[in-house]
Design a protein around this ligand. Structure first.
Ligand code: NAP
Length: 308
């Protein structure tokens, strides 16, 4: 079958022939229609424990043996994944897609929206509070801004590096204000935007932006870290933590039944509030370009049509 194959650690994917998965107890064979790509796929592909060659894992929508449309998360049995004509997924990770939900929405409300909603709900955003999203121009970031508002936030502020992508956040009404990171004094810029201080920080990047944001929070602020694109290690001054509460959130570690229930709730929120993120659709044959664009930060949700 055709698949986007990673042949060794740090190699980009290439389209080629890959052995089809065979039936296995407790797993579902899926003919893939649409595959999605996110920051976590790129970070996870070269981790210790990944065997090569393997298919890009991704998440996707396809059809089971009964022809039913199903969503499956990034739990394909290795070495298979969403970026292939067929994949094999544990049964508890395969969820029926409602007829009124298109493939791209089903994928967007999966890992990305779950990864934004769970930390925001853990932070218990209160009505009128101010929320800062670090890494706001990415997929999770744009969803995080919208979800923070739905949860009752008063002001939502987005911070990232790309001036163009930040400007879009304001033009589209996703953010009340934006802060461009990477300047001479990011902490000062965030403090100016934060006024009396942020109540909640949804941190999707960690590293230096997290340290700068800590200084722009008010006492009692909740800081939830989900991603590490700006660095996994930080040199933390404990004075910046006193009186604040810091959580690190791994949404993928939740039981599948919990994640399915969150995904269904998000499909409802998407219907009701029209959650939106720019979509970047690639030809399946362009998997290598999709991969490098995801690494560079596409400011959009990447998907590819797998079934011709
Ligand atoms: N814990 C979980 O369960 C969970 C679940 C899902 C996702 N995640 C993680 O969440 C993160 C975000 O995912 P995503 O798909 O939204 O990624 P993404 O599309 O790459 O977005 C990340 C954004 O962060 C900004 N950024 C990157 N490096 C930065 C830096 N050094 N300083 C400031 N801003 C920076 C980029 O915007 P600019 O180009 O504008 O700077 C980019 O748009 C990833 O690390 C992913 O692994 C975690």
């Amino acid at each position: 079958m055709r698949a986007a194959i990673i042949s060794e650690r740090n190699a980009p994917p290439a389209i080629g022939d890959f052995p089809e998965p065979q039936p296995k107890d407790g797993c579902v064979l899926i003919d893939v229609d649409t595959a999605g790509l996110g920051g976590w796929d790129v970070l996870g592909a070269y981790r210790l424990g990944v065997g090569y060659p393997c298919v890009i894992r991704g998440e996707g929508v396809g059809r089971n043996a009964d022809g039913q449309r199903v969503y499956f998360g990034e739990r394909s049995v290795q070495p298979w994944g969403a970026w292939a004509e067929r994949t094999l997924v544990p049964v508890e990770e395969v969820w029926a897609v409602p007829d009124d939900v298109d493939d791209r929405t089903a994928i967007l409300m999966g890992i990305a929206a779950t990864g934004a909603l769970v930390p925001l709900e853990s932070a218990k955003v209160q009505a009128g509070e101010s929320v800062l999203v670090l890494g706001a121009t990415g997929t999770l970031g744009q969803l995080g801004l919208q979800l923070a508002r739905i949860l009752g936030a008063g002001r939502v502020i987005g911070a990232a590096r790309s001036a163009t992508a930040l400007a879009h956040l304001k033009e589209n009404g996703l953010a009340d204000d934006v802060v461009q990171l990477g300047g001479a004094d990011d902490a000062a810029a965030l403090k100016t935007a934060g006024g009396a201080g942020f109540d909640v920080v949804l941190d999707l990047v960690c590293g230096a932006p997290l340290l700068a944001a800590l200084k722009a929070t008010r006492w009692g602020a909740r800081i939830v870290t989900v991603g590490t694109g700006a660095g996994r290690q930080v040199h933390l001054d404990m004075a910046d933590l006193l009186f604040r509460t810091l959580s690190v959130i791994g949404t993928g570690q939740r039981p599948p039944a919990d994640r399915q229930q969150i995904w269904r709730r998000l499909l409802g929120m998407s219907r009701e509030h029209g959650l939106q993120v720019p979509q970047a659709e690639y030809a399946f044959e362009d998997a290598a370009r999709a991969w490098s664009d995801q690494k560079a930060g596409p400011h959009a949700k990447i998907t590819a049509r797998v079934r011709r």
